[in-house]
Design a protein around this ligand. Structure first.
Ligand code: ADP
Ligand code: MG
Length: 246
């Protein structure tokens, strides 16, 4: 299986605090990989280094075999590392399909050049993406009136508009009801399967993690303490200690 993302000895220190400590991981094509661990374990710090928001203190990040360590968020995004964003107020006044069209325009470097015709561009592809995330029926609704769970699905469609090789989702289901969480991750798993995109995500709800992950890595105090499939992680005494032993 081809390696999409690899970190080697990834480390981030904030003063004396080593938030991420010597993390080496691999993510393969078409894989849905969960990074879990208690609050403060270093998950978001890891994500921020992968996205270029934070520069590692030590170690490196490789995308499809190329060293991307220290590149800017914009450049890393252009190389095919997508992420789910919060929908900003700017887009609340537009419809669902227009939001996806905007993302497609941006992906094609077209925003400023073609703005007067923007409403006609990429409509078919936008509808296709909305179909993919189960939002076809809501295409012409304004974002301002969407339920939270639907905004999250729209976010996913917007991320997919950029045709990412790798999608990073840091707590994508935060703030959602349990049933919505399972549904969003089910959708993500379907997209991984059908589109061949690879996903690295964090999630604190173990039911969601165990339901859909292909593989799970466990971070504790900045260090990877376990890496395996659902069964292996569920039965790993070190993981049980971290989660139950306090
Ligand atoms: P998680 O996402 O797993 O909850 P974080 O990566 O957010 O964990 O945080 C890991 C540790 O690093 C925590 O102790 C946190 O307080 C610390 N930390 C995170 N960001 C910063 C920062 N910008 N400056 C100083 N400490 C930070
Ligand atoms: Mg976090």
């Amino acid at each position: 299986m081809s390696v999409v993302l690899e970190t080697r000895g990834l480390t981030k220190a904030f003063g004396g605090l080593v938030a991420v400590n010597d993390v080496s991981l691999q993510l393969h094509k078409g894989e849905l990989l969960a990074l879990i661990g208690p609050n403060g374990a270093g998950k978001s710090t890891c994500f921020n280094m992968l996205m270029g928001q934070l520069r590692p203190t030590k170690g490196s990040v490789h995308l499809m075999g190329e060293d991307i360590t220290g590149l800017s968020p914009r450049v890393i995004w252009r190389r095919g590392v997508g992420r789910t964003f919060q929908i900003t107020a700017t887009y609340a006044s537009m419809t669902v399909v227009e939001n996806v069209q905007m993302a497609l325009l941006s992906h094609n470097h077209q925003v400023l050049k073609v703005l007067p015709y923007a409403h006609k561009m990429h409509r078919d592809r936008a509808h296709e993406l909305l179909e993919m995330v189960g939002m076809a029926e809501q295409a012409d609704r304004h974002c301002a009136v969407l339920a939270y769970g639907d905004l999250k699905r729209l976010e996913l469609a917007i991320a997919l508009a950029h045709e990412p090789t790798l999608l990073l989702m840091d707590e994508p289901t935060a703030g959602m009801a349990p049933r919505e969480r399972i549904a969003l991750m089910q959708l993500t798993a379907d997209i991984v399967r059908d589109q061949g995109v690879s996903v690295l995500f964090t999630e604190h709800d173990m039911d969601v993690v165990f339901a859909h992950s292909h593989r799970i890595m466990v971070l504790n105090r900045g260090q990877l303490i376990a890496d395996g499939n659902v069964e292996a992680i569920r039965n790993d005494p070190r993981v049980q200690e971290v989660y139950l032993g306090g």
